[in-house]
Design a protein around this ligand. Structure first.
Ligand SMILES: C[S@@+](CC[C@H](N)C(=O)[O-])C[C@H]1O[C@@H](n2cnc3c(N)ncnc32)[C@H](O)[C@@H]1O
Length: 216
C-alpha cells in the first residue's frame, strides 16, 4: 500500500495515510465502541477513510451477528451503522474517495445495486456525514459552518434527523468539565439543533439525495 500520494501533498497538507495494522491497533483501544452499531465516530482528517472504513466494517459485523437472519432489520441497521460514521476532509479527491470507499463496503455487505433505494439513501447520508471542509476552521469548502446530522433509528423503517453545528458540539467537553458553571445542565439544555426534520423512510432519504450535488 502507498502511504503518500506526493511529496508536495505531504508538505502542504500532512497527507500520510495510516497503515492497516496501526488502524487496527488504534481501533482496538476502543474496541467495544467500534463493535456497537449506534456508537458515533468522527474522523476530522479522514483522508480516503482508512479509519472510517474499518469502523464501518466492525459495525457491520455487529449488524450481521444481531440481524443477519432478518433481511429487513439487516438493511436498516446497516444503514444506521453508516449514519453513525462522520468525517471531515480538506481535499476534494480524498473526500470523494472516502465516500466511495464507504459506499462500496455497504454495497458489498448488502449486495445492493445503484437502483436500490437503500443505495441511494446511503449515498445521500454519505454526502451529509462526510464533509468536504476544514476541520480547524470548522467551515465547509464553500465557507459555511460545518453542520452534522444526528441520526436516530425510530424503528419501523423510520429515521430521525437533527442537525447540529460542529462549533457547538466542540464546546460540549468544555461545558461538561468538572467545575464548569454548566456541568449540572443536561446536554439538551445547552445544545439545540439548527434544524429538526420529520421522521424519514429509506425512500424519502433516497429522494432527498436526488439532485444533491455531493451525493456519491
Ligand atoms: C495524515 S493524513 C491522514 C488521513 C487518514 N486519516 C488516514 O489515517 O489514513 C491527514 C489528512 O487530513 C487532511 N487535512 C489536512 N488539514 C486538514 C484540515 N484542516 N481539515 C480537514 N482535513 C485536513 C489531509 O488532506 C489528509 O488527507
Amino acid at each position: 500500500m502507498n502511504y503518500v500520494k506526493s511529496k508536495q501533498r505531504v508538505a502542504d497538507h500532512g497527507e500520510v495515510f495510516t497503515p492497516p495494522w496501526l488502524v487496527e491497533a488504534m481501533l482496538d483501544l476502543v474496541k467495544a465502541e467500534t463493535e456497537r452499531i449506534d456508537s458515533r465516530f468522527l474522523e476530522p482528517a479522514c483522508g480516503s477513510g482508512n479509519f472510517l472504513v474499518r469502523v464501518l466494517q466492525r459495525k457491520l459485523a455487529a449488524v450481521e451477528l444481531k440481524y443477519g437472519k432478518n433481511e429487513f432489520g439487516k438493511r436498516l441497521y446497516a444503514l444506521f451503522a453508516l449514519m453513525c460514521c462522520y468525517g471531515i476532509e480538506l481535499l476534494a479527491d480524498n473526500i470523494a474517495e472516502c465516500r466511495a470507499n464507504m459506499l462500496e463496503i455497504l454495497t458489498d455487505y448488502l449486495d445492493l445495486d445503484e437502483a436500490d433505494e437503500l443505495y441511494r439513501a446511503a449515498s445521500y447520508v454519505l454526502s451529509q456525514n462526510l464533509v468536504h471542509g476544514d476541520a480547524l476552521k470548522m467551515r465547509t469548502h464553500d465557507d459555511q459552518p460545518i453542520t452534522f446530522p444526528e441520526w436516530g433509528y425510530l424503528g419501523k423503517g423510520k429515521f430521525q434527523r437533527r442537525d447540529f453545528r460542529l462549533h457547538d458540539l466542540a464546546l460540549s467537553s468544555t461545558f461538561s468539565a468538572d467545575g464548569s458553571l454548566f456541568a449540572h445542565l443536561a446536554k439538551h439544555e445547552i445544545f439545540t439543533p439548527t434544524k429538526t426534520y420529520s421522521p424519514m423512510t429509506v425512500r424519502e432519504l433516497a429522494g432527498a439525495g436526488d439532485g444533491t450535488k455531493e451525493a456519491v
